[in-house]
Design a protein around this ligand. Structure first.
Ligand SMILES: Cc1cc2nc3c(=O)[nH]c(=O)nc-3n(C[C@H](O)[C@H](O)[C@H](O)COP(=O)(O)O)c2cc1C
Length: 177
């Protein structure tokens, strides 16, 4: 099974990148996961959507070929970061590679809400894009107070890791349904 992760933070030491890397490492036996680089994508421009740059072509191809997509995102100003919205806008046009694609979302934040408001916004966006979204009830990965839960480049909080493992297992099941 091939999974791609789309991470909404470009920051080198991003907690969300670390969360994606932790999911990748803990599920190596279950699926092959690639964390895609959003920093190479230009700003979406409708004038270019039928003849986009190589970076956009490669990004869309990887998403198209994946069995499922895990979006891991911080919350910026109660919503999702612009880099993530930009990536989703590219994916939503021309060949529309996310239509019907199994998708789950997760997020880590330094505050108490753990990206809850960003998760609500992304659900709205993904509904417009007609993805096959893992039902959020019981499947929310909201990592709050991230500074205390990550160490040495990984999610180090065992209780949180257990929850994340269970939800990722349900996503794997959901992909094959
Ligand atoms: C521009 C900006 C806006 C932010 N807005 C929020 C917010 O609305 N809610 C929240 O919980 N944290 C917010 N934060 C704090 C992030 O949770 C924190 O910076 C987190 O580490 C970002 O994720 P990352 O580590 O993956 O880069 C904001 C941070 C930045 C840089």
């Amino acid at each position: 099974m091939k999974i791609v992760a789309i991470v909404g933070s470009l920051r080198k030491d991003s907690y969300n990148k670390q969360l994606a890397a932790t999911i990748q490492e803990r599920n190596m036996i279950k699926f092959d996961m690639e964390i895609l680089d959003l920093s190479v994508l230009p700003f979406y421009n409708q004038d270019e959507e039928n003849n986009p740059s190589e970076a956009v072509i490669v990004f869309k191809k990887k998403v198209k070929e994946a069995d499922g997509v895990i979006i891991v995102t911080p919350e910026y100003n109660w919503s999702i970061p612009g880099v993530l919205k930009n990536a989703l806008d590219w994916l939503s046009r021309v060949d529309k590679v996310l239509i019907g694609k199994p998708v789950m979302t997760a997020g880590a934040a330094t505050g108490l809400a753990g990206t809850l408001r960003a998760q609500l916004h992304i659900r709205q966006i993904l509904t417009a894009m007609q993805v096959k979204l893992l039902p959020p009830a019981g499947n929310e990965i909201l990592v709050s107070q991230a500074a205390a839960k990550f160490a040495e480049g990984k999610l180090a909080d065992e209780a949180t890791n257990k929850t994340v493992d269970e939800i990722v297992d349900r996503f794997v099941q959901f992909i094959s349904e």
